[in-house]
Design a protein around this ligand. Sequence first.
Ligand code: UDX
Length: 429
Amino acid sequence: MKISVVGTGYVGLVTGVSLAEMGQNVTCIDIDTAKINKLKQGISPIYEPQIEEMMHKNLAAQRLTFSLDQDVNYNDFDLIYLAVGTPENPDGSADLTYINTTVNRITQDLQHATIVVTKSTVPVGTNAKIKALLNQNGAYTVEVVSNPEFLREGSAVHDVFHADRLILGSDSQAAMAVVEAVNAPYKTTVIKTTFASAELIKYASNAFLATKISFVNEIANICEATGANIQAVSQGMGLDTRIGNKFLKAGIGYGGSCFPKDTAALLQIAQQNRIDFPILEATIKTNQQQQLHLVERLMQYYPDLTGKKIAILGAAFKPGTDDIREAPALRIIQTLLEKGARVAVYDPIALDNVREIFGEAIEYCLKIETALEACEAALIATEWSSIQKLNAVTIKNKMRRPLILDGRAALLSLAELNDIEYAVVGQKG
Ligand code: UDX
């Protein structure tokens, strides 16, 4: 099959490369010339384990090519995947500009029937609209299949090959059968449903996981107040198979490109349909508060932070990625600066992205030791393995005051915790 994937962001690139890996003939398309030029050379614009090796292999085998949108004819493909971004509008709804321009662009070329597969996360009702747009001239039928993506950054390639389920939504059984056949090597449970249900499965899944995190973070706050221990509590809860042990790790809240955006978009969908969604509102509010939880605890030690050097260990929204979108570390740094503190941030791969936001206002450290040097406290915002390897000797030698506030339970297994001042989310300090 000849397949095109429009959009070479996280979802598009990983989808395209994985389909090529499965033996399909894939063209990944974008409007960004610099990005396409890099991709042609085998350089990935995203940091993602395995992706470049897989790109090199499939480029060499000529199963994978990269093209500028203006250089392709969409007539040439049996399947066209839409994987363009749907960023957040100021009111929280999803911005469908890229979806609309791509669909218009495809209709300009198309002269025969084909199948368009939507990977982008789009509000309920969008795939039906996409289908109507694609079939405006009525000379042939373009089928549309909603195929939401559930991959996680940092383990995206692994997730594609080990997906829990394949969700297909369409009003055409034949089109869903084609997409199912393309994905057959993935071997997973296939759910075939309508456009609307497939669209909602994606939002409901992300919102549910975000709610699980906010719930456990509220329980963590109760633990801090009552002397209970969140590690014990979430372990005890997670052993109940009805609850499950995943996404029960308390900390300083979720970030990233999906949970904040998708929870806001689902809330918008509810509001547009005049449906109250208080649980989701609380999930979002709790997460915003939780991102600043460490700052509140820090201020119990230092009511006045003016001139104090504070180290931030980890900036990425989670380990294994250089993505800092909606990362708790950003709000922590911003708040500390507003309170007059001096900030030194350590991250193994995300520093360039942080520099774009804070410029000369803070210090950037490629070594943890440099960030810790003569600081009054260190706040752990990401559980990078390099941070988990910290030891009490380094902490005591480098820091002016060996005070660690751990937002990701990264140092819990450190043997010499009694030698330092240590407080972790979900336990009394
Ligand atoms: C998420 C979904 O998992 C994925 O299915 C969807 O396609 C995109 O959104 P991702 O954003 O890559 O993936 O990250 P994920 O690993 O899910 O973590 C999201 C955030 O939640 C991170 O900031 C992480 O630190 C936080 N988190 C996760 C917790 O605070 N506690 C947990 O128990 C799990």
